[in-house]
Design a protein around this ligand. Structure first.
Ligand SMILES: *Cc1c(COP(=O)(O)O)cnc(C)c1O
Length: 407
């Protein structure tokens, strides 16, 4: 309904972080509640009555704004260090909103090891909207330089770490290159793998950071959401305009569930990360090639830790044999075979067969995505149980032989 208003009511960022993250994440500003409710209520309503024909209140229609959504947006803005945050119906919905800032004929520069759904949306834009994407190896910052065009480049889209190969991009250096050469371009970081607890791209030079709220932010695989953080009010207003125009704002119930879930982000991530570090070392000791920025053997260990406060809870490893990988995945009991990550339960998958199957095989080969790769997304179960279950599966699959020589 509200077509001309540049921003939704009360949605701009007013609270700044004062405490450490783990404190802020459970401290939700509810000072405007008329009854001092301790938990933000669910305003399950499509419309809001007006005081008079010419007197519109703070809210009029939930597509344009809803108090439950405003609360989760303000809270997430604080956590992301954003001027403004916006929540939509999925992570892909978030990227859809962001790419609507690009006009036909303009270009996107993106990584070559992106989330499968991101690749699909970028291909769609190339085919139907005349918006070309250059896929480059963003782990080498200089490889972006030949593609930067002050006239054409509109978005530079990064993931760090990438999933499932866990490659790292230098967000500060790339942001500087882009801003120096392309005043109209926006640096956009998909920060889903890290969550704002471990990495805040807006503080590293990015203009927009977004998350699949389906993953760590909600933490329980019981809702789908996308979260966008804007560095400036102008970018926030432009994104809000698209959300109101297309009607993809998150509904009140899922906004409430997201706000409930995010409160435990820090404790969940601390536990998941500590277990991941143990599991990564265990697999490396057995002789597997492990991809995880918590291991000193990761080629970009230093770079990752210059940007993030931890390695996260997603790792992958190669067994050298697709059949063995398949047997391992199928022999686990505690690790569910599932796409996605960020849930309290541990998950195991073969990306080439599952989450990344939508990428054609020849492109997977081009991008050096090993067919035998196994991805582990570590949950909050007892790590001893996770290790025992994994060891049992490795044994059944015949992957424990031959053991590398130990001293
Ligand atoms: C899951 C995911 C998305 C897409 O989010 P949805 O909520 O599934 O739409 C985007 N990027 C990354 C890195 C993801 O893991």
């Amino acid at each position: 309904m509200t077509d001309i208003l540049p921003s939704s009511p009360a949605a701009s960022m007013t609270s700044f972080r004062r405490y450490r993250f783990a404190t802020e994440v459970v401290t939700i500003d509810n000072s405007d509640d008329p009854h001092n409710a301790s938990s933000i209520p669910i305003y399950q309503t499509a419309t809001f009555k007006q005081k008079g024909a010419n007197a519109s209140g703070e809210y009029d229609y939930s597509r344009s704004g809803n108090p439950t959504r405003t609360h989760v947006e303000n809270h997430l803005a604080k956590l992301m260090g954003a001027e403004r945050a916006l929540v939509v119906t999925s992570g892909m919905g978030a990227l859809d909103v962001i790419t609507r800032l690009v006009r036909a004929g303009e270009e996107i520069i993106a990584g070559d090891d992106l989330y499968g759904g991101t690749n699909r949306l970028l291909s769609f834009l190339a085919q139907s909207q005349n918006i070309k994407t250059h896929h480059i190896d963003t782990t080498k910052s200089d490889s972006i330089l030949p593609y930067l065009s002050a006239e054409r480049t509109r978005l530079v889209l990064l993931e760090s770490p990438t999933n499932p190969l866990i490659k790292i991009s230098d967000i500060p250096t790339i942001s500087r290159y882009v801003h120096e050469r392309c005043p109209n371009a926006l640096v956009v970081v998909d920060n889903t793998m890290m969550s704002p607890y471990l990495q805040r791209p807006l503080e590293l030079g990015a203009d927009i950071s977004y998350h699949s709220g389906t993953k760590y932010l909600s933490g329980h695989h019981d809702l789908m959401a996308g979260v966008i953080g804007a560095k400036t009010a102008a970018i926030g207003d432009a994104l809000y305009y698209v959300i109101n125009a297309t009607g993809c704002g998150l509904n009140p119930f899922d906004s409430w569930l997201l706000l409930r879930g995010v409160k435990t982000l820090a404790v969940r991530m601390d536990k998941q990360q500590a277990s991941s570090i143990r599991i990564a070392h265990y697999l490396e000791l057995l002789g597997f090639k492990v991809h995880y920025p918590g291991l000193k053997s990761h080629p970009q260990y230093q770079l990752h830790h210059s940007m993030a406060s931890g390695p996260g809870a997603v790792l992958s490893f190669e067994t050298g044999d697709v059949d063995i990988s398949e047997r391992i995945v199928e022999a686990t009991r505690l690790w569910s075979i599932s796409v996605s990550f960020g849930c309290v339960n541990s998950l195991i998958s073969m990306p080439c067969r599952m989450s990344h199957a939508s990428i054609p095989a020849h492109i997977r080969a081009e991008r050096a995505l090993p067919e035998d790769l196994i991805r582990l997304c570590v949950g909050i179960e007892d790590v001893e149980d996770l290790l025992e279950d994994l060891e049992r599966a490795l044994d059944i699959a015949g992957a424990l032989l031959p053991l590398p020589v130990k001293q």
